[in-house]
Each structure stands twice: as structure tokens, then as C-alpha cells.
Design a protein around this ligand. Structure first.
Ligand code: BTN
Length: 255
């Protein structure tokens, strides 16, 4: 019997941003279409930051997830992003890199950021058109390149001391993502909770949490079953945090 492809890929040599391309063309792109580019001229990061994307040999890709009974406006973007962070970690581990997750979805090796994920929903009025999950992973950069990034950063080639074949890495990442994607849609965060917690680098630590324009120092306590972070503030009040990011203090390395 012929096996159905788990996903489709579309390659560009150069594009502004794979996420922006996917969002612009969401109507005509099919479910599970992956957009890959060798470089991006306007790579987007979270919190309106830029994602430096001018060096070939790295991962710049976006996955289109079209609406279905499980992919709808109820599906929290943070959960699918956390799912992707686990997939990135597992793929990095097959190369011998010890990857850690910094809530909610940054992937670090040796305390330095190696991958970032930007998930975006397309909603027009009442209509939910789908999701775009964008991933950037540093596979092949020089010490000088990573030194020019605004936060402590690294790349897989620097960790393992050898160049990394981008296409092999991408195939391994996408196969892994789609092999358990249906199970993830059915089960949600509990499917990955144990692994996610086992690779965290923030629980039981005092962290600076940035939500919208507010920065607050809190203690990260535990993960809830929906992927939210439970923290304790200065007044010993427990709080549930569903959006935001942990901001490193200047020069801070997350081990
Ligand atoms: C972050 O700030 O940590 C998220 C970075 C996400 C970067 C990726 S690269 C591929 C995709 N296209 C973009 O413009 N951004 C995402």
C-alpha cells in the first residue's frame, strides 16, 4: 500500500520571512505545508525582535497548520510552540547536544540560545484561517556570528565541532514533528509534559518574567497540565502565567 506523505515542502533560496510568506499565502497553501528558505531578509523573532537569518546552512522554516476539529482558535499557540520546542530538543539530542528548554519555548545548549520558535495565528474577524509555526535553529555559525547576536547564543556546529548537514537535520526534525502531531492534537501538553519538565532550566529558580510591558521577579514553581507556568510572587501569591517570556539578566547564562 502506498504511504501518504506526512508533510509537503517548498524551498526558497531567499525570502523575507517564511512565517510572513506562509501567512500571506495561507488561503492557497495546504495543511502541513512546510516553507523552507536558505536565508531570510526580514526574519521575525518574538516580541517584535528580528531573527538574524543571513547565513546559509541554518534552519529557517515555517509549518502551515490549517483548521480542523482540533486546530481551531481554542488551541493555545503556546502549546503547539512548546510541542515544537520538545521536537527541536529531541532532534538536537540525536547529535549529542544536551538541549534545555527555557519557558516557554526557547531552546538552549550550554545555557545559550540555539533555537527560537514563533507561532502565529491568522484570524480575520470571526474566521480562523490557521496557524503558522516558525522555527529558526542555528546549525552552522562562526564564533563571530554568534557573538553578534544580542543575547548569549550558540550553534550546533560549535557544540559538536563539525559542520551540520542542514537538509538531514530538517528531515529528522519534520519527521519527528509529524510522527506525533496527531497524538499531540488529541492529548495536548500532557503528551510532552514529562519530557518538557525533564529538560527545563527554569523551575525552582528566581526568574525575571516579562509579560506584555511588565517585568517581575518571581520564583518558577511548576508546570500546569496545559503548559502554563505556575510562579510565586514576592507576596507569596501563586500566579498562573500563560504568556510572556523569561528575560535573562545581562550576561546571564541559563544552565
Ligand atoms: C524567537 O524570537 O525566539 C523566535 C524566532 C523565530 C525565527 C523563525 S526563522 C523561521 C521563521 N520565519 C521567521 O521570520 N521567523 C521564524
Amino acid at each position: 500500500m502506498e504511504q501518504r506523505e506526512l508533510y509537503l515542502t517548498k524551498h526558497f533560496e531567499e525570502i523575507d520571512s517564511t512565517n510572513e510568506y506562509a501567512l500571506r499565502n495561507l488561503k492557497t497553501l495546504p495543511d502541513r505545508q512546510v516553507i523552507i528558505s536558505d536565508v531570510q531578509t526580514n526574519g521575525k523573532g518574538r516580541m517584535n525582535r528580528a531573527w538574524i537569518s543571513d547565513k546559509k546552512g541554518n534552519v529557517y522554516l515555517s509549518i502551515v497548520l490549517k483548521p480542523c476539529d482540533k486546530v481551531n482558535r481554542e488551541l493555545p499557540l503556546s502549546e503547539i510552540t512548546q510541542y515544537m520546542s520538545v521536537i527541536v530538543c529531541k532532534t538536537l539530542e540525536t547529535y549529542g547536544a544536551e538541549a534545555k528548554i527555557k519557558w516557554s519555548n526557547d531552546v538552549l545548549v550550554g545555557g545559550r540560545k540555539i533555537a527560537g520558535i514563533l507561532s502565529q495565528a491568522s484570524v480575520r474577524g470571526d474566521k480562523f484561517n490557521g496557524l503558522v509555526v516558525g522555527v529558526g535553529i542555528n546549525l552552522n555559525l562562526s564564533e563571530q556570528d554568534v557573538g553578534g547576536i544580542s543575547q548569549p547564543a550558540t550553534a550546533l556546529n560549535l557544540i559538536i565541532g563539525a559542520p551540520v548537514d542542514r537538509d538531514t537535520f530538517i528531515k529528522s526534525l519534520l519527521d519527528r514533528f509529524f510522527e506525533s502531531y496527531d497524538a499531540f492534537l488529541t492529548t495536548g501538553f500532557p503528551l510532552i509534559k514529562e519530557y518538557y519538565v525533564s529538560r527545563n532550566c527554569f523551575l525552582n529558580k528566581i526568574i525575571t518574567l516579562k509579560t506584555y510591558n511588565l517585568s517581575e521577579s518571581v520564583t518558577a514553581l511548576k508546570m500546569r497540565d496545559d503548559g502554563a507556568l505556575i510562579v510565586i510572587d514576592d507576596n507569596m501569591q501563586e500566579k498562573v502565567v500563560t504568556a510572556g517570556e523569561i528575560v535573562p539578566e545581562i550576561g546571564e547564562i541559563w544552565i
